[in-house]
Design a protein around this ligand. Structure first.
Ligand code: ADP
Ligand code: ZN
Length: 213
């Protein structure tokens, strides 16, 4: 059983690492943003409620997000653990999570502001399988085409520069304070996110092996 949180500001590399850790440890990546975007695309009742929040880069209401996650972690594929990517994002969500599960480790990706903007602006995502690329730092083999499934890559609406800066500001105000909460739970590990994708991954695996030992 292995339960992880990948934490950090928007476009720090959470999704990229969660995807790799999911393959390495055989546990699902629970990407809150993908679940929400999926709900919007499928026009579910939750999706209709959440659309305006996503479009503006604001956080969705805690009760909806918590419901979404608690449904997801009770699915059978989560029996051996899971990777939370993009949850919790507020103190309210963190308190609900504490009631729901005991997380083994919180991996906090530390990256400076300008790198974050650069990563967000160059991000490209597969419309089909949600694989994540970067035009310079992690380009697909053929431009605009997903290596994994061959579908077209898209730029997310919320990866425009001013939305990115807005999301970073919201992170600083509402999400960064959770670090104190995790530090109290004594399961927080800082990861140097200025390294390349492999360098970040190696640090994470090392930290996970340490808590499992
Ligand atoms: P998050 O899930 O935290 O928003 P992503 O995993 O989507 O972040 O990564 C944001 C962008 O930065 C993507 O384009 C990704 O390819 C790129 N990226 C991720 N990790 C690194 C890294 N260590 N170095 C350079 N670019 C990275
Ligand atoms: Zn794909």
């Amino acid at each position: 059983m292995l339960k992880l949180i990948i934490f950090g500001p928007p476009s720090a590399g959470k999704g990229t690492q969660a995807q790799r850790l999911s393959e390495r440890y055989g546990i699902p990546q629970i990407a809150t943003g993908d679940l929400l975007r999926d709900a919007v695309a499928k026009q579910t009742p939750l999706g209709a409620k959440i659309k305006s929040y996503l479009d503006s880069g604001r956080l969705g209401p805690d009760d909806l997000i918590v419901q979404l996650i608690s449904d997801r972690v009770s699915k059978p594929d989560c029996a051996g653990g899971y990777i939370l990517d993009g949850f919790p994002r507020t103190m309210g969500q963190a308190r609900e999570l504490d009631k729901m599960a005991e997380v083994d480790i919180v991996l906090n990706i530390v990256v400076d502001m300008e790198r974050l903007v650069e990563r967000a602006i160059g991000r490209r995502t597969c419309g089909q399988c949600a694989a994540v690329y970067h035009v310079s730092f992690n380009p697909p083999k053929a431009p605009g085409v997903c290596d994994k499934c061959g579908s077209g890559l898209i730029q997310r609406d919320d990866d425009k520069e001013d939305t990115v800066r807005n999301r970073l500001r919201i992170y600083m105000e509402q999400t960064a304070p959770l670090l104190e909460h995790f530090r109290m739970n004594d399961n927080l590990v800082d990861i140097d996110g200025s390294k390349g994708i492999d360098g970040v991954f190696d640090q994470m695996v090392e930290a996970i092996e340490r808590v499992r030992a």
